[in-house]
Structure formats: structure tokens, C-alpha cells
Design a protein around this ligand. Sequence first.
Ligand code: HEM
Length: 131
Amino acid sequence: MKGCDLILSSLDTFATREGDPAPGIYARLFAAHPELEALFLMDTDGGVRGSMLQQAFECLIDVAEGGRMAGVVLGAERVNHESYGVPDNLFDAFFLAIRDSVKASLADDWTAETSAAWTRLLARAGQASYR
Ligand code: HEM
């Protein structure tokens, strides 16, 4: 399978296995960076966290497919997130939390090829943001 297909297939399996992936992904993010949890105190209904995750998935799929949307969106969100109090070096932590959640969900279906495809994807997502 090509890298792009490996990413799409892993996301597809993840979506099938997890009803709502948001709680698990945010739990991972906050376990790795506890100070970030306080930024969502106002998000009582989880709406901001939900649309943030949706946007992140769309960006990852766009990067995998070689599109142009993610570069623009991530470039803008990096600037927005500075004003939310998210340090630039932690912006990509969300992508890592997503990757690790997909990996845990895939379990035995997470192959060396899938792992390599995700490593390349996250490196490109970091560059795609025009830092
Ligand atoms: C892949 C990286 C990320 C993307 C694409 C992203 C995207 C977004 C989007 C689209 C929103 C607006 C949601 C809405 O209001 O409907 C948002 C809000 C927010 N994001 Fe992120 N985000 C990312 C990483 C992070 C990280 C690592 C944190 C750290 C906790 C964070 C904290 C926040 C906060 C606190 C808000 C709410 C700001 C407010 O409304 O006051 N984001 N994000």
C-alpha cells in the first residue's frame, strides 16, 4: 500500500472502532502536557475540542493526499493558537496524541509500514504549516 492509502486505511479502521475518539485523544494530550487542560475550562460542552479535532483530521488527510489546504489552515492556526496560550513547540502535540490513539486502537493491525507512513505524515504536517 502507498503511504497515503496506509494513512487513510488506518484512520478508517480507527473511525470504525472508536465511537467518539475525542475523549481518548484529549486524555492523551493532557497526560503528556497537563498544563494544557486548563485552556479548555470554558469549553464546557466539548464543542471547541470537537471542532479542533475535526479540523486536525481534515488537515492530516489533506497532507496525506498532498493537498494545499493544510498548509494554509495550519499556518493560520499556529498564529491563532499563540493568542490562546499554546506554545508553538506544543502545537504539534495534538497530532502526536492523535497518532498514538490510532496506534493503540489498531493494536496488531499497526504495522511497521503504517508506523513509517505516520512518521512521514507528521513531519510533513509540521512543515506544511509554514513556520
Ligand atoms: C494540530 C493542531 C491543532 C489544530 C489544527 C487546532 C485547531 C483548532 C481550531 C479549528 C480551533 C477553533 C475551534 C472552535 O472554536 O470551534 C481551536 C481552538 C482551540 N485550540 Fe486548537 N488546534 C490544534 C492544537 C492545539 C493544541 C496543542 C492546544 C493545546 C491545548 C490547542 C488549544 C486550543 C484552545 C484552548 C482553543 C480554544 C480557543 C478559544 O476559543 O478561546 N489547540 N483549535
